[in-house]
Ligand binder design. Structure first.
Ligand code: PLP
Length: 228
């Protein structure tokens, strides 16, 4: 199947999942996660109308997206290392993986230095697996969101999480539900701040993420094929 066909298939399955959940599919954005995939395949997705892309490594994204059109909305969905912050702020439109107050502070400073307003999500850790980073404490997220609210330079848009890697529906859905509950808590605490984005759901679990209120699905292999 081509990238175009895969995107169409994923879109129609999102529509079905939304229908089942009683939601409007226009409230759910599809991100094409293009990590490890070459520019030619990304361009196929672009030509199919796809504009929202996600990458997990700064240098790889910088190299590939320099060769692609400017009207792409590019998000970092992998852990951001301190020595990559400057490049990341210049390459990405949104960083979904803020996992400490310290990183938020550095991003505010770097955005100011580069005279731009970076969009951000705070990442909640809902899985125990080591590689899956994020805030493990909800208190810390709340405190960091409050700090961001007092500071210009970055624009808060919501939360991101990676569910545990399991086929167990209850476990996966409860991870998504935890993230949504935290979003509701933040919305009621800081009413003037935007937390509308809930980035949750990947190729294997996006149907459940739609059920649990996701507004942004990060889909890689179902669009580009399975990574070897
Ligand atoms: C790779 C990745 C995805 C996409 O995963 P697929 O299973 O290929 O859909 C989504 N989110 C994050 C954070 C990723 O690293």
């Amino acid at each position: 199947m081509s990238v175009l066909e895969n995107i169409k298939k994923v879109q129609s399955s999102i529509e079905q999942a939304a229908l089942k959940a009683g939601r409007n599919s226009s409230d759910i954005k599809l991100m094409a996660v293009s990590k490890t995939n070459p520019v030619e395949l990304i361009r196929e997705a672009y030509d199919a109308g796809q504009r929202l892309f996600g990458e997990n490594r700064v240098a790889e994204a910088q190299e590939k997206f320099a060769l692609l059109p400017d009207d792409i909305d590019l998000h970092l969905i992998g852990h951001l290392q301190k020595n990559k912050i400057k490049t990341a702020v210049s390459v990405f439109d949104c960083i979904q993986t803020i996992d400490s107050r310290e990183l938020a502070e550095k991003l505010v400073q770097t955005s100011k230095d580069q005279d731009r307003v970076l969009r951000v999500l705070l990442q909640l850790k809902t899985a125990e697996e080591g590689k899956k980073t994020g805030f493990s404490s909800e208190e810390e997220i709340i405190e960091t969101a409050g700090w961001i609210r007092e500071n210009s330079g970055i624009k808060m848009e919501g939360l991101m999480t990676i569910a545990p890697f399991t086929k167990d529906e209850v476990q996966v859905r409860s991870a998504f539900a935890r993230c949504r509950n935290l979003q509701e808590k933040l919305m009621s605490l800081y009413r003037d701040q935007d937390f509308s984005v809930l980035s949750m759901g990947m190729s294997s679990d996006y149907h459940w993420a739609v059920q649990e209120g996701s507004t942004l699905l990060r889909i890689g292999s179902a669009i580009f094929g399975y990574r070897s």
